[in-house]
Design a protein around this ligand. Structure first.
Ligand code: ZN
Length: 441
C-alpha cells in the first residue's frame, strides 16, 4: 500500500484546493471560485460568502489536500505536501522543490481569483530583497523567496501594471487638475522638464518623487481631488477606456485612498480571456476586477502601497519598485507543438523563471480521445469547464479512470502520459515547473 491509498503504483490523484474568503472576492454564485467548488464533495460552497481565491499547491497558508480513493476506508483527506513526501521518487521529478522533515513543497503556487473590488497596489520582492525582509520582519514577510507572478484572464480582467510611458504620464499631468492639486508644483514641473529635455534614462528620480508625493498626499487634499474627479466623471472621455473603468471602480470603493490617482501613473489594461501578463519581482501592480488564473513562485510576500486597509510599507515600495516606464507585453500563450512535451491543442504561458509555467488546453471535439504527453515533472491540472474521463496512457491495468468535471483538479506524477476522453468540450489549465529549460535550443 502506498500514500494511504488502496492503489499501488497509481500516478494520478484527485486534489482539493484551499478556498480563501477574502472580502474583495465575488459573492456566492457570482464568484467563479465558488462555481469551481460546487462539484467538490469536500468543499462547503453553500453560503453567500465571498469566494476570492482557490489555491492549488503546498504553500502552508493554503495547502491542497489529496482525496483518498475510498472515502469509506479513508475518510480523511491527506495533505499534498505529506503525500508527496511519501511518494517523492515517483512523483516530483527534477524541480527546485523544498524537502522538509515530513513534507515536500512544490516550487509553484497555482490559483484562481474572482475579484469584486480591487486588490491592493503592491509589489513582490526579488530574491535578494525577499531574503532580507524575511530576516528583518519575519512576522510581516513570511517567505524568504521571490514571487514572480503570471496572471491569465478567464473573463475580462482589469489590471494596473508598471509605470506608463513617460509621455503619457506627462500628458495626464498637463490635463488633469485633480492630479496636480495633490502633488507639489515643483515636483510636477521638474518631471515635465526632464520628460521634455532629457533622455529616458534620467527619468527615475523625478518619477520617484512624483510617485512618492502622490502616495504621501494628505487625506483632505485627496478627498477634494477625488470629489472633483467624481463630479466630472460623466463627461470624462480619456483615450484609454480602461482608465475610466478603473477610476469609476476606485471612486466607488476607495474614495479616501491615495492609490486611486495612481491610475494616471500606471499602465491600465483590460485583459480579454486568454490574455496574460507576467509580473517580474518589484513591478508595481493591482488587480481591479475580473476572474483570472494566477501562477507564481511559492511565496506569499506582498509589499503594499495603497488600495487596502492592511499594513502598508509605502517607503519600501517607493525605494524598491522598478521605475521602468513602458507598456507591458501582453502574452497570449504559445503553441509549442514541435516539442515532444506539448500538444497541438495546448497554449503555453512560460515566463523566464524556473518555478512554473501554465498550459491552456482546449479539447473541443466531443467523443474524441486526446493524449497528453508525459512531462518530466509533476503537474497540477484544473478543469475550467467541460466533462470527460481521464486515464493513464497507454492503458495500464487495471486502467483506473477519473471523472473530469468543472472544478475537479488532479496531480499527475512525472513521466506519466494521460488520455482524455471528451464528453463535452473541455478547457483545462495545467501548471508545472518550467519545461523550457529542458527543450532543445
Ligand atoms: Zn501580486
Amino acid at each position: 500500500m502506498q500514500c494511504g491509498s488502496d492503489r499501488v503504483n497509481e500516478r494520478i490523484f484527485e486534489i482539493v484546493g484551499s478556498v480563501k474568503n477574502y472580502k474583495w472576492g465575488k459573492r456566492g454564485n457570482n464568484s467563479l471560485v465558488r462555481q469551481l467548488t460546487v462539484n467538490s464533495l469536500f468543499l462547503d460552497s453553500t453560503s453567500d460568502d465571498h469566494y476570492a481565491e482557490l489555491w492549488f499547491g503546498t504553500h502552508p497558508s493554503g495547502p491542497s489536500q489529496v482525496i483518498p480513493f475510498s472515502k469509506k476506508e479513508h475518510p480523511e483527506l491527506n495533505s499534498l505536501a505529506a503525500h508527496l513526501y511519501k511518494d517523492a521518487d515517483a512523483a516530483i521529478g527534477n524541480t527546485n522543490h523544498v524537502k522538509l522533515a515530513n513534507s515536500i513543497h512544490l516550487p509553484f503556487l497555482f490559483k484562481v481569483l474572482s475579484i469584486r473590488t480591487a486588490l491592493s497596489i503592491q509589489t513582490h520582492p526579488d530574491a535578494k530583497l525577499a531574503k532580507k525582509l524575511h530576516q528583518q520582519y519575519p512576522e510581516i514577510y513570511k517567505d524568504s523567496k521571490h514571487k514572480p507572478e503570471l496572471v491569465i484572464a478567464l473573463t475580462n480582467t482589469l489590471v494596473m501594471c508598471g509605470f506608463r510611458p513617460l509621455n503619457e504620464i506627462a500628458e495626464f499631468l498637463r490635463q488633469t487638475p485633480e492630479l496636480t492639486m495633490v502633488i507639489d508644483k515643483n515636483i510636477v514641473n521638474e518631471f515635465l522638464y526632464v520628460c521634455d529635455t532629457s533622455p529616458a534614462s534620467s527619468h527615475t528620480k523625478p518619477l520617484k518623487r512624483l510617485f512618492s508625493a502622490l502616495l504621501c498626499a494628505d487625506k483632505y487634499t485627496l478627498s477634494c481631488a477625488h470629489r472633483k474627479l467624481l463630479e466630472r466623471m460623466p463627461s470624462f472621455q480619456p483615450n484609454d477606456s480602461a482608465l475610466k473603468k478603473v477610476l469609476q471602480a476606485l471612486l466607488e470603493d476607495f474614495f479616501e485612498d491615495a492609490g486611486l490617482l495612481c491610475a494616471f501613473l500606471f499602465n491600465v489594461i483590460e485583459l480579454s480571456p486568454g490574455e496574460a501578463l507576467f509580473l517580474k519581482p518589484n513591478t508595481i501592480h493591482a488587480y481591479i476586477s475580473g476572474d483570472c488564473i494566477e501562477c507564481m513562485a511559492a511565496s506569499d510576500n506582498v509589499i503594499r502601497a495603497g488600495l487596502t486597509q492592511k499594513y502598508k510599507d509605502i517607503d519600501m515600495v517607493i525605494n524598491t519598485v522598478n521605475y521602468k516606464a513602458e507598456r507591458p507585453k501582453i502574452l497570449r500563450g504559445e503553441n509549442l507543438q514541435d516539442s515532444f512535451l506539448f500538444s497541438p491543442f495546448e497554449r503555453i504561458y512560460a515566463p523566464p523563471v524556473s518555478e512554473f509555467q501554465v498550459g491552456l488546453l482546449r479539447l473541443d471535439q466531443e467523443s474524441h480521445i486526446y493524449v497528453l504527453p508525459a512531462l518530466p515533472a509533476i503537474s497540477i491540472v484544473l478543469v475550467y469547464r467541460g466533462s470527460g474521463i481521464l486515464t493513464r496512457f497507454p492503458g495500464h491495468s487495471p486502467g483506473y479512470s477519473y471523472p473530469l468535471k468543472t472544478g475537479r483538479s488532479y496531480i499527475i506524477y512525472k513521466d506519466t502520459s494521460v488520455e482524455i476522453h471528451v464528453k463535452e468540450e473541455i478547457v483545462l489549465y495545467r501548471a508545472c515547473p518550467s519545461m523550457l529549460s529542458s527543450l532543445p535550443a
